[in-house]
Ligand binder design. Sequence first.
Ligand SMILES: *Cc1c(COP(=O)(O)O)cnc(C)c1O
Length: 303
Amino acid sequence: MIFQLEHSINQRINLPENFGVELYVKREDRIHPFISGNKYRKLKYNLQEAGRLEYKTLLTFGGAYSNHIAAVAAAGKAFGFNTIGVVRGEELQSKINENVTLRFAQNEGMQFKFVSREAYRDKTSESFLNDLKNEFGSFYTIPEGGTNTFAVKGCEEILSEEDKTFDVICCAVGTGGTISGLINASYGNQQILGFPALKGDFLKEDISKFVAKGNWKLITDYHFGGYAKINQALIGFINSFKIENDIPLDPVYTGKMMYGIYNLIENGYFSKGSKILAIHTGGLQGITGMNATLKKKKLPLIQ
Ligand SMILES: *Cc1c(COP(=O)(O)O)cnc(C)c1O
């Protein structure tokens, strides 16, 4: 396996003097052009395991604009696996070319199985998986969003020795694999703050399965109404953050996290002089898809 793990750089953000804290962004979005951010970390040990067990094919699950689907397709191609994506929404079958994520994944060699929302909900059932085995032969299954113990192990490698000096580490949360790795790799005096990108309080329990420490918290005020829901304030924030810092943020995860961090700073949430590290988990491939939706709604686009 030739995953070359360099540690990504921490970029300092220029904040107004009166904010009273220091903020850095760990540029995990720069790790790989297609297998970016946390999806790269989450796949590393899964691909090693699939190789060790001599599987030739990876199968995973995702929605229409899934960063995970794109990453699995690219990683499969790079490391010599066939890939199968079980995609939510039968109607997408005829729209692959209109959907940047699916088109990209297909170009990387991914085969799709489009299923109804109802069937998708049942995707981990034995009968569904057996049907897939009959159709595609044997495969190594990577769960939706990629979170399992191998993924958490990979995410533990996001932090390095030099990150010891931070008081607070922030990340966006989807299934909780990334924050679990950060918690496991954190030092005792550090606090890990997760910003869920979706509504619901199942996450705390999911994360607790992977971690033993208690130095973490979920900030649930910045999901903007739910998964992939956005508004003009968020778009405006993402666009000005990019102009000021030359760092693109995605609208589903990192944009909401960063909006939340700024809001908390402005509200005096952090103690004076705190050193904060925000993890840029990537996801930039999702911007084009979101812009297609915004354009239809005649809303401002993400630049
Ligand atoms: C998938 C994803 C997340 C969520 O990671 P989890 O490990 O599922 O919590 C966060 N940020 C980006 C950009 C992602 O693509």
